[in-house]
Write a protein that binds this ligand. Structure first.
Ligand SMILES: *Cc1c(COP(=O)(O)O)cnc(C)c1O
Length: 432
């Protein structure tokens, strides 16, 4: 008998459980095209007729997956921009689902009228967590927040910034260049390593509209350095009736004992900033967002600027941000405050299981906070050639490759995934 006669017919394939399940996520024409492709592969001899059903199920599965691949972060770097920065908490993840359908994001359900307080829940949560702020606004990301603050407060004029704070935030994007795309001129003062209050005072002209202080969130300057503090700049700003903008980056709302030198929003407001800018997906541990906290007067100016509409954030991230701030306990916070004894015990158990060596290994905050600040811990050291196999395995495990070895740091790995990491390493070793 011709083996091609054993190829399952379309009607039979359509009844397979895998195909019925796929109907929830794939359209009928897409499913039919996969069926035809597998039947064609069977006719040309690439797939055995008895393997058609299984091959079809595999292809439908692959077609359903989004192109983003989940990654187990075994680098020890908590905020890693290349893998999506902060992983969301369970509360924030649940909030995404809750906000996915129709929601009253801009409607007062009691009256049925438009409410105009989009983001009110997230703003309430932020103000409760950051008592020094009178009002808040949330936009697309930190860069958008800076764009909005400088444009709304200084359009047609100048903003004064220290030469030591003209930072590149990553992938070739520089804050000064971002601001130069607007109708705002940057007036640079001081030297790379030292800027004094007097430098700001001397630079003030009738065109000056604001003072800007940017936290060097991804590098450290040591040695012969000086900068003007927020308190000092407040005094200058008061004398000349100028607003003071502080771009913090990191997103710590209040002081965190694990990062003694990292500035936080509350402190900067208390010291006199009119508006502080922070990212949602750095140390705050939430979704991508640009958070602006400050005085009611400044916030009102920002809210009514047309750019605020262009930079606005969607309901999904507003929901995730509100949940993040209300729950406080985030994977980022857990990784930062991990009990060293627990980390050591987990690392030792992993090394026992896969045959690696336990070595001292500092974790890092990573992008947008506490540059150079080590988080003492441990890692399992393995041969470097395992790294590529781990990155391309299933699940994907991303190790740190450093000085010719592959390091598995469990700091950012949920303890519930330790067994999966061990299994992935054993598979990678087996493939050698
Ligand atoms: C990260 C960072 C930004 C940019 O924020 P995004 O949310 O990535 O757009 C701006 N300023 C500082 C100081 C930062 O650390």
């Amino acid at each position: 008998m011709d083996p091609r006669r054993r190829i399952p017919r379309t009607d039979d394939l359509l009844r397979l459980p895998a195909v019925v399940a796929a109907r929830d996520v794939l359209s009928a024409p897409v499913i039919r095209s996969h069926i035809q492709a597998v039947q064609e592969a069977a006719r040309s001899g690439d797939v055995a007729p008895e393997d058609v059903a299984e091959e079809l199920a595999t292809r439908l599965n692959q077609a359903q997956a989004i192109s983003l691949t989940p990654v187990i972060n075994a680098t020890g770097v908590i905020i890693h921009t290349n893998i999506g920065r902060a992983p969301l908490s369970h509360a924030a993840t649940a909030a995404l689902t809750r906000a996915a359908g129709y929601v009253d994001v801009e409607m007062d359900l009691a009256t049925g009228l438009r409410s105009g307080d989009r983001g009110a829940g997230a703003i309430r949560a932020l103000l409760a967590a950051c008592p020094g702020a009178e009002d808040a606004l949330v936009v697309n990301n930190g860069a958008a927040a800076l764009l909005l603050a400088t444009t709304a407060l200084a359009e047609g004029g100048e903003v004064i910034i220290s030469r030591g704070e003209l930072i590149e935030i990553g992938a070739g994007f520089r804050l000064p260049e971002l601001i130069e795309t607007t109708d705002v001129d940057l007036r640079e003062v001081g030297a790379t390593n030292r800027t004094h209050v007097a430098d700001y005072v001397r630079a003030i002209t009738p065109r000056t509209r604001a003072l800007l202080k940017v936290h060097p969130s991804n590098f450290r300057m040591e040695g012969f350095t000086a900068e003007a503090t927020v308190t000092e700049l407040r005094a200058v700003a008061d004398e000349h009736s100028l607003p003071l903008i502080v771009d913090l980056g990191s997103g710590l709302l209040t002081h965190d004992s694990a990062l003694p030198e990292e500035p936080d929003v509350s402190t900067q407001l208390a010291e006199g900033a009119d508006v502080v800018i922070a990212s949602g997906d750095k140390l705050l541990g939430g979704p991508q967002a640009g958070i602006l906290l400050g005085t009611a007067a400044v916030m009102a100016r920002l809210k009514k600027h047309p750019l605020a509409r262009a930079l606005r954030i969607d309901k999904l991230r507003l929901a995730a941000l509100e949940a993040t701030v209300n729950a406080r306990e985030t994977p980022v916070h857990q990784a930062l405050h991990l009990d060293p004894d627990t980390l050591r015990a987990r690392t030792t158990a992993l090394a026992d299981e896969v045959g690696g060596t336990v070595v001292e290994h500092d974790g890092r905050v990573g992008g947008g906070g506490a540059p150079g600040f080590p988080l003492p811990g441990w890692a399992v050291e393995l041969p470097a050639e395992l790294a590529q196999r781990l990155r391309t395995g299933d699940p994907v495990v991303l190790p740190r490759v450093h000085q010719g070895v592959c390091l598995i740091d469990l700091r950012c790995v949920p303890a519930t995934l330790d067994r999966e990491v061990a299994a992935a390493i054993r598979r990678a070793q087996g493939a050698a």
